[in-house]
Every structure is written in structure tokens, then in C-alpha cells.
Unconditional design. Sequence first.
Length: 377
Amino acid sequence: MISSNYHSPINFKADIIDAHVHRGTTGTLWKGEFFPTNQLDSFIKSPLTITVNGEKQTDNVKKALVSSIDGLIPSQKLTKNGGMKFIKDERDANMDVIKKSQQDPFYQVMLVCQPSATNGNAKVIKSLIKHHYNNIAGLKLHPGEMGLNANSTLYDDYLKAAEEFKLPCLIHSEVSINYVLGEESSKRHFADPEYIYELAKRHPSVPIVLGHTGLGGSIANQKAIGILEKSIKNNDAKLYAEISWMDFHKGKLNEEPKDIIDLIKRMKELDALDRVMFGTDAPLGIYGELNFNRQGPKESYEDTVSTLKSAIKTEFGDEEGEEIINKIFYENADNLFFKNKPVQEKRKMPDKKQILAGVGGVAVLSAIVLLVKKLKK
């Protein structure tokens, strides 16, 4: 008989969807440093050893929503219409990650959009969706890298494309903070959650995920949470929260992630826990780009998952905590990006009879045209 104090070294397997990762091509420079292009492949698909309040388990990332970092890096040139130009345009940048997804469906594509370069014309994005629908999970917008406020009308055609194809959008959200004064700066960031909310209200049927839930620390997080809460109470936009970099300090997730726990509690009160999802921003930061703690990206990833799951179970107990964990780490993203995604109808190829009938029709029409010409003579 096994004692009640016994803990199996590996108690169960848990699934994860990482709603926010990036890829680049070899030699890509990001913020002046080489982007760790191949770091994701080196660890994210490996089994993760997770410790939840002292108990070990094996977790597995089942899917990662990936966007091109190359499509966010400005070049020194301008487009013909005077707009921003990037080292790769919408088609080339997104085709890099679409090809990766075709080779390995573990990666599902968030199409990077460049409204600053296209003057708000989403025709390339629409074409990519039509031709590669099964590899595409949604759209990715980054107002900061675009140098374009998130409430600009130049985003509207992209949101209309998302609505047409019933795809969610993930928008990088960030709040400008005066860290000396410990308060929000007077000048808003391009990606301020308030701007994103304005855009979302213009397109109320499109699910919009606040990437990082207002990057910039607790003041920024609380502003984003407040806006998310307001949108749900007013029922005037479909906002969601992705929690990468929330409650981080010196390269690690705090053991007591107060803002994430507060977000969970407030969403529970509104019966809206489906609005919260896990993401990391890998391989940026500690997951490949920087090494604060002298450990590899896999160990950093395991630490983040372990710390967050432990904190949730400590706050909500084992049974409710497990339900919350399953929703945040897997179910919410699965429902939003995959289960609710309409199945694309396959275009039917004409059969032989239709082809022959078409050819015959053309031949008859040609004969009539020739006969009319002869009669006119």
C-alpha cells in the first residue's frame, strides 16, 4: 500500500500552447544582435520537466503560434509611397514561416502585417490567407515597430481581413512608463492598450489578444487589465490577454506573480477566464536571446512554467488550480485559434464532362462569331 505522503516523480503529462513565439532567418539582426533563429527548435518541442509545488511532471508544448521577426525590422529605405520599409515585405517574411509550418505543423503562423509599408492595404495578407489557410492561425500586429498608433485607420483593412476569414489578431501592447516617478508617461506608446481598445471597438466581432497584457511592469499590466475588464463589462470588443513578461524581475518570473493572479481573479468574477492565455515571446529574452541566470533557454522555459503553475495552485488549491492551469496553458488558445476556426471549403476542380462542355461551348461560340463576320461581308 502506498503512503499518502508518497509523490510519484512524474505524475502526469500536461499540454501547452504557446501563443506568442517568433522565427527569423539566419543572420537576422534584432536590436543590433543576431536573432537566435534556431533556438526554438532546440528546446520547445522537447518534453519539459516541470515542478509544481515540489511535485515533478512532464509537460509538452503541442503547438506554437509563430510570427516572423524579419517582418518587424525596419530597413533604412522608404517605400515608393513614402511609407516604412522592412528588411522583408509582408509576402516574403510570412512565406518564410508558412514554409516552416508546412514542413512542421507544430508551428502555426501568425501573419505579420505591415500597414506602415502598405498604406493600410491588406491585399497581400488576404492572398496569403486564401492560399495557405490551413497553416495560418491569425494576424500579428506590432504598432511600436510600425511607428503607427494602434488606433490608426491604416489597421482597418487588416481587421476586416481577420473578420472575413474569422481569424483572431494578436497585437503587441505596451504602456510608456516613467520609472523615475513610478507612473505612466504623459505621452502614450504606439501600442497603448487604450489605442488597441479603440481599434477593437471598430471591429467588435474580431478577437484581439493583448500581447504581454501591457508590457512595462505592474502599472502597465494593471492598465491593460482594467481595459480588458471594461471591454467585457461594456460588451463592445473581444479583447483577450496573453501574459508573457508579466511579473518578471531580473530575468525570472516572480514566485508570487501578483498581476497574473489578479488578472485571473478579475476574469473569474466576470466568468471570462477564457480571455487569458499563456505565451512567452520565445526565443526573445531569457528563452534564447539573453542569459540573465546562466542557464539555457529550455531551463528558463521550464522555470517559468513551473513557477506560474505553482503560484496558481497555491492561490486556488489543487482542484480549481488544475482547471485554471488547463484553461490558461492550453484550452483557451485551442478554442480561440483552432477549434473555432472554420474549415475552409476545398475548391472543386471541374470534371472531364464540365471541361469538355466548356471547350464545346467555346467552339460553338467561335463558329457563330465567324459566321456573323461572313454574313456582314
